[in-house]
Design a protein around this ligand. Structure first.
Ligand SMILES: *Cc1c(COP(=O)(O)O)cnc(C)c1O
Length: 429
């Protein structure tokens, strides 16, 4: 038995599924997850000392790679001053100002400790402000695990959503309406059927939790227009895309200006942070100014603020977004011919530093229901083929990969070589 197998067997004894979050298990691909001892730059090191080239990046936060020296040094300084105060700290206003400065239409920010809390609280605020209850989400978009957001795709246009987890009361799920992506007519039908009852429309502007489902600009513009015309609030869930795709998030890239935006992942520089933000007129409905309650013992934590600020400092100073786009373009140029020549149907879908392998024939899908189930079977083989060659992608066909500023030309080449072996004629998984 390897140290890794022993460590995971031990975890299975005390943690459900051996993990603290289900996506980390290898449920979808089979096998034993690597138990990680350390990370440095673009690499992970498991408890056996085996090094893995990492394209998961802790599922999005690590835009500078693992253990970036400036983030560590900021954390070290902050630690020495204490880890939490339960009182205002200067880092909160400093990070809030960075968000306000970067993101169009935002005047105030509330910090929380996860993306889940950010979207959950933004929706409570939208309901409090509008006095309406219903929320529209899009099939395939993930907004964290709050009860009313954990609902599946409804296929009928005006059907109420079904919970996609046991333990979510129908009564909660019934407050969420589900629309298909790429379908402005479907949204119009929902607004017609539930006129003046919809508080908010929430969407990932670049949906990246069910493959990478790149949306038409006209569709997103139409979602924004309809939402405004109907007196509902538009919430852009930028938990993945915020500070990753551009300084001003996907909104900047796509020319959108939401009423509320949610952040997480990159904004915390690898520590547990989320945030939601909007115009002062909306945000001032939050307690203690207003009557929408929201709170958190560790919200605005000084360590988390320091890690977030250090991350944004490096991104801005090094023109990180341009570098990541260049790296992404390189990845696309190098991988596309290999995928086209390989023995599986495969295409690289990419926006900036977010990429996904679509393992089916034809155009890249734009909707969750356009992803063929066979893609998951093909992915198992690809995933293990790469892992056995020291390259870590996410253990699910529906998860995206992330590039970081720690990735260099040689890392792209290593992925390219591994992929060529796995997909090549002689490749065996
Ligand atoms: C990850 C994610 C969330 C949830 O964030 P957690 O920090 O995992 O709670 C919400 N929305 C989107 C778009 C995400 O990718």
């Amino acid at each position: 038995m390897t140290a890794n197998e022993r460590a995971f067997a031990r975890a299975l004894e005390s943690l459900p599924g051996g993990v603290s979050s289900p996506v980390r298990s290898f449920g979808a691909v089979g096998g034993t997850p690597r138990v990680i001892a350390a990370g440095a730059g673009a690499e992970l090191v498991d408890v056996d000392g085996e090094r893995l080239l990492d394209f998961v990046g802790s599922w999005g936060p690590l835009i500078l790679g693992h253990a970036h020296p400036e983030v560590l040094s900021a954390l070290h300084d902050a630690c020495e001053r204490g880890t939490t105060f339960g009182a205002p700290c200067p880092g909160e206003a400093a990070l809030a100002e960075r968000v306000i400065d970067a993101y169009a239409g935002i005047e105030k920010v509330r910090f929380v400790s996860s993306g889940t809390e950010a979207t959950m609280s933004a929706i409570r605020l939208a309901r409090g402000v509008t006095g309406r209850d219903l929320v529209v989400k899009f099939a395939g978009c993930y907004h964290g695990h709050a009860d009313h957001l954990l609902v599946q795709a409804g296929s009928g246009l005006a059907t109420f959503a079904r919970p996609s987890s046991a333990g979510v009361p129908e009564a909660f799920a019934s407050q969420t309406l589900v629309c298909d992506l790429d379908d402005e007519r479907g949204l119009a039908d929902l607004f017609t059927a539930h006129s003046e009852r919809i508080a908010a429309v929430i969407i990932e502007p670049v949906p990246a939790n069910c493959g990478l489902l790149i949306q038409r600009r006209e569709f997103l513009a139409d979602v924004a227009r309809q939402t405004r015309e109907q007196g509902a609030l538009l919430i852009l869930d930028e938990v993945i895309s915020g500070f990753r795709l551009a300084r001003g998030g996907a909104a900047q890239l796509l020319g959108l200006e939401p009423d509320l935006a949610t952040f997480g992942k990159v904004i915390g520089g690898g520590l547990p942070v989320g945030a939601f933000a909007g115009r002062a007129e909306l945000m001032d409905h939050l307690a203690p100014e207003g009557d929408v309650y929201q709170a958190g013992t560790l919200s605005g934590n000084p360590l988390a603020m320091a890690a977030g600020l250090a991350t944004l400092d490096v991104l801005e100073r090094e023109d990180g977004w341009t570098r990541l786009e260049d790296l992404g373009r390189l990845l696309e140029e190098r991988l596309t011919p290999i995928l086209e020549a390989g023995r599986l149907p495969a295409r690289l879908v990419r926006v900036g530093s977010i990429f996904w392998l679509s393992l089916q024939e034809g155009e890249a899908p734009r909707r969750a229901d356009a992803i063929e189930p066979v893609a998951a079977t093909r992915y198992r083989e690809l995933f293990h083929g790469l892992l056995s060659r020291g390259v870590a992608l996410a253990p699910s066909a529906f998860e995206v990969g992330f590039l970081s500023l720690a990735h260099e030309y040689e890392h792209v080449e290593r992925l390219e070589d591994a992929l060529e072996q796995v997909l090549g004629e002689s490749g065996e998984a």
